[in-house]
Design a binder for this molecule. Sequence first.
Ligand code: AMP
Length: 185
Amino acid sequence: MRLLRRSSQVFSALGALIYSPAAKSVRVLSTGSAFITTARTPLVLANDHSCKNTQFRAMSDEQAKAQTATPEEDTIFDKIVRGDIPCKEVYSDDRVLAFHDVNPTAPVHIIVIPKNRDGLSQLSKAREDQKDLLGHLMYVAQQVGAKECPGGFRVVINDGKDGAQSVYHLHLHVIGGRPMKWPPG
Ligand code: AMP
């Protein structure tokens, strides 16, 4: 796609992106649709795999955080496990803690984490000796999901920058309470 920048207007093959500094907004004008979003919301150009359906969509806060998030010595989830910051707990045992997500994406959005991170900053760092813990995390996720979302639920693990991971402490999202869409973004 050829983009031509001219002062506050950006034209594309799809239509025009018009930035208004006063309104702090970006207006996307295209042949089929238009939407307004704040300029502080990063915009990403999304392609489907065929590259035929190119469209602009707003990047969520979590996606934006995931662009810069890196593994940390002490994560927000470590602080929750220690009780340094509060959480709305839904399940706890000697290895696993589950609590409500502070920024839910659905009526039910629960985070399931290992209490002892032990190098499990993300799923792709899992060691063979952690298979049992991984199974237990999945089991707790289904227990919580079945209880909170009798109509069904989704379990998501984001991994790394491209996987939109923002907290580098392995966690499963249990999401439900409404019909889920597919495919995910
Ligand atoms: P991810 O983007 O997969 O790394 O997901 C991290 C999740 O942690 C996001 O859904 C956040 O809303 C959630 N989160 C961040 N801080 C807290 C917190 N203090 N309590 C509960 N959930 C949190």
